[in-house]
Design a protein around this ligand. Structure first.
Ligand code: SAH
Ligand code: SF4
Length: 383
């Protein structure tokens, strides 16, 4: 271990943009090109202890070790589902916790990591367990990247050539609304996409939004990642009820922003997520309305069987209904894979994160309703 004075606060290095790192090193009296060596050691080799940074002289290493720390969020629990899905609960430096889920595609020998962008969420989508929690805070860029780093530690794939990596896709579909933490998410993604670092390309990163319309264009222009939109309804009355953010950014505006998303083509399509809620949005007429609404947009439709959680006011559509809905969408020429629920046994499926597998009491349900009102009021979503 390199020495460092115990009373010196060290800056977390993960998430510092490359250019900023370069100027910080210069300010510490080091050559600017050291930033490249440091970056490679952190993001290609997975280095953490400066003693292993042997491309840099010992005195320079000591300066780095005095000023920086290469941290990971602490793994509080790690669970593995019968289907191979793995879930980690991470403890952050202030004691808050977030989850990430690795969903392997066993046949292809690789997988996607679903990461969180916030602790809790400001929004109140009625089918989502995270929506029943308060927004505690945004994650920092370092905490967002830290989830990827920690999982790569566990998978043991530092310095592994890209084609042999297990973690080669990232989806921002964990806790939180990524476009409500845009700056930190953007800083983290720029770092993750850097070809001299973790090097996961924008084509392998998907950001899912509940429909924060004003930031969709910026996300496309600045980051160029794949976009997934949690649509879930084709009419404002229903979408207003189940995704209250729709009262601010109604369907027509959302769809217009999708049509304008840059670089769309048949090989770069927007994913429209559609959660199958029994008797709510799953009729043949709903399927036809969906097809009509998306007409002309290069799109994939991802049908998500509703994942239950204690106290949820919905149940999942039957298999036959989901099948019929999918057939209508397919017949209109859209790929519409039904997302097989993964990791339900460890509450790792969409919308279940950080929910317990116990029943909820009436008082708890009332507290949730009160919190929903409070959150919607704060967002200006109450009439
Ligand atoms: N906040 C972002 C990303 C996180 S949610 C968003 O809303 O898009 C990831 C996906 O899971 C979204 O499409 C969301 O609508 C969906 N989801 C939430 N709760 C769910 C549940 N209980 N069952 C199935 N899908 C759910
Ligand atoms: Fe937040 Fe997304 Fe859940 Fe809605 S679905 S409450 S935006 S995490």
């Amino acid at each position: 271990m390199e020495q460092h004075p115990a009373d010196q606060p060290r800056q977390p290095l993960l998430g510092i943009p490359f250019a900023a790192l370069q100027s910080q090193l210069v300010a510490l009296g080091l050559e600017a090109f050291r930033a490249r060596q440091l970056w490679h050691w952190v993001y290609v080799k997975g280095g953490r202890d400066f003693a292993s940074l042997t491309t840099i002289s010992k005195p320079a290493r000591e300066i780095l070790a005095t000023h920086f720390v290469v941290d990971r969020p602490r793994i509080t629990t790690h669970q593995q589902s019968v289907d191979g899905t793995q879930k980690w609960l991470f403890g952050l430096s202030d004691g808050q916790q977030v989850e990430a889920v690795f969903i392997p595609d066993v046949t292809a020998g690789r997988g996607a990591l679903c990461i969180s962008s916030q602790v809790g969420c400001t929004l109140t989508c009625r089918f989502c367990h995270t929506g029943t929690q308060r927004l505690v805070r945004n994650l920092t860029p370092g905490e967002i990247i830290g989830q990827v780093m920690a999982v790569r530690d566990v998978l043991g794939e530092w310095a592994t050539p890209y084609q042999h990596r297990k973690l080669n896709n990232i989806v921002l579909m964990g806790m939180g609304e990524p476009l409500f933490n845009y700056d930190n998410v953007a800083a983290a993604l720029k770092c993750i996409m850097d070809p001299d670092g973790i090097a996961i390309s924008k084509r392998r990163i998907t950001l899912s939004t509940s429909g924060v319309v004003p930031l969709i264009a910026r996300c496309g222009a600045e980051l160029g990642v794949n976009l997934a939109v949690s649509l879930h309804a084709t009419q404002d009355a229903l979408r207003d009820a189940i995704i209250p953010l729709n009262r601010k950014y109604p369907i027509a505006e959302l769809i217009a922003a999708c049509r304008a998303y840059p670089a769309l083509s048949n090989s770069r399509r927007i994913t429209f997520e559609y959660v199958m809620l029994k008797g709510v949005n799953d009729s043949d007429a709903d399927a036809k309305a969906l097809v009509k609404l998306l007409h002309g947009i290069p799109a994939k439709i991802n049908l998500i069987p509703f994942n239950p959680w204690p106290g949820a006011p919905f149940t999942c559509s039957d298999d036959a209904t989901i099948q019929r809905f999918g057939d209508i969408v397919n017949a209109a020429g859209y790929a519409s894979p039904v997302r097989t629920p993964r990791g339900r046994d460890i509450m790792a499926a969409c919308g279940q994160l950080k929910s317990a597998s116990t029943r909820m009491r009436v008082a708890q349900m009332e507290a949730i309703t009160a919190l929903q009102r409070e959150k919607e009021q704060a967002q200006g979503l109450l009439g």
